[in-house]
Design a protein around this ligand. Structure first.
Ligand SMILES: CC(C)(COP(=O)(O)OP(=O)(O)OC[C@H]1O[C@@H](n2cnc3c(N)ncnc32)[C@H](O)[C@@H]1OP(=O)(O)O)[C@@H](O)C(=O)NCCC(=O)NCCS
Length: 357
């Protein structure tokens, strides 16, 4: 038995290669550094879907089809939004996505990818007492999300930074949410059911729920001279430092490096403090767990990037879903095309088993 399924290979995939020891991530043959620099979200989606979803054969038509799918998702907002009133955005998103029927016509993966930012923007406006804003034809996916949320077309630098983020997190091997999506897809329950399962897994603080608390940590520390003492206090109390450690990466998470580069090009007053806190945290973790390499993970710089783009911290985890839904849908398509029912076994350790009669 492998606790936490550590080291267990449960699927073959063409989507991404995660080399934990070398600190490398390759998205269908393209190193993440290159993907983040050269692709928009639509390009990453086309890359991941290629060979599984006919729309991905032509990147330009996929971009157009995704724009149309955002309009289709927007048409569903009046029906799905009211029930989500008052919920935190991640829970509102879960509820709205669950409202998509597995019998929906057309490309369901496309509607799933389109629906995440459309629903999220509407949820965020609802809590601010504002009416939903329709998608803008011709805008890219990242820019359109920011436009639907703010009600105005974003500065290109911000849209580009968000695009780089969405590409960077678009896929990452058999992480917990992608595995959840594949388990549900393996039962043939359908695309939307698989995506909802994935979102539920993403929500947890050990997976996609960490970046909000990273900013809380920076706020609590306040200034670099307080970092070491604050961190030691957390570790002494048995708490984990959010934004550090990873199951697979034993060296630095390559996505943290990519996002750090993007954040440096943005105007974020927190970046200096963040770098000093990072250095103090790495030193403290090395002392605290000398046997285990605990390095900066993707969530640390995600927090700074999304903050600089102007998003509030309780949108960080659902915005992760805006990017990762590319990978989820790709894995669902792959699982449906190539996989078998996922059904592992458990080892019974309960009360003694009675003799058979
Ligand atoms: C990501 C994470 C869940 C990976 O966990 P994992 O592979 O299951 O690692 P383990 O839980 O086995 O941790 C191994 C040891 O390192 C410690 N550790 C791991 N990450 C730590 C962190 N961020 N801060 C402090 N200690 C940490 C654990 O307490 C554990 O110590 P123990 O053996 O004395 O119990 C874990 O590093 C973590 O909780 N990080 C903080 C949350 C986070 O940033 N999540 C985003 C991930 S991209």
């Amino acid at each position: 038995m492998s606790s936490g399924l550590d080291g267990v290979v449960a699927a073959e995939t063409v989507m991404s290669h995660v080399d934990g020891q070398a600190g490398r991530l390759v998205l269908r043959g393209l190193p993440v550094e290159l993907a983040a620099e050269s692709l928009e979200f639509e390009g990453a989606l086309a890359l991941l879907w290629r060979g599984f979803e006919p729309l991905a054969d032509d990147a330009a038509s996929l971009r157009q089809a995704l724009g149309q799918a955002r309009a289709r998702a927007f048409a569903l907002v009046p029906k799905l939004l009211p029930a989500a009133a008052g919920l935190p955005p991640i829970e509102g998103l879960r509820l709205m996505l669950a409202g998509l029927g597995d019998g929906e016509e057309g490309s369901q993966p496309l509607l799933a990818v389109a629906a995440v930012p459309v629903f999220l923007a509407a949820l965020d406006r609802q809590r601010r007492g504002l009416a939903p804003v329709a998608p803008t034809p011709g805008l890219g996916h990242a820019a359109d999300f920011l436009a639907m949320r703010a009600g105005e077309v974003p500065e290109p630098l911000r849209a580009k930074a968000l695009d780089a983020y969405l590409v960077t997190v678009s896929d990452h091997g058999l992480n917990a949410s992608t595995f959840a999506a594949r388990v549900v897809a393996s039962t043939r329950a359908g695309v939307f059911s698989s995506i909802v399962a994935a979102l539920c897994a993403l929500k947890g603080p050990l997976h996609g729920g960490a970046p909000g608390p990273v900013l809380d940590m920076l706020d609590a520390i306040g200034s670099a001279d307080r970092a070491a003492a604050w961190i030691d206090g957390e570790l002494a109390a048995g708490r984990r430092l959010m934004g550090f450690g990873h199951r697979i990466y034993t060296v630095r998470d390559p996505r943290a490096e990519v996002l750090k580069g993007v954040v440096r090009g943005l105007d974020n007053g927190r970046i200096r403090l963040a770098e000093q806190v990072e250095a103090a945290a790495l030193a403290a973790l090395a002392r605290h767990k000398p046997g285990r390499k605990l390095e900066t993970n993707v969530e640390f710089y995600t927090a700074l990037l999304l903050d600089a783009v102007g998003l509030p911290r309780d949108l960080f985890t659902p915005v992760f879903a805006v990017g990762r839904v590319a990978g989820w849908t790709a894995h669902v398509l792959e699982q449906e095309a190539t996989g078998r029912l996922l059904r592992p076994q458990s080892r019974y350790v309960g009360p003694p088993v009675p003799d058979a009669a």
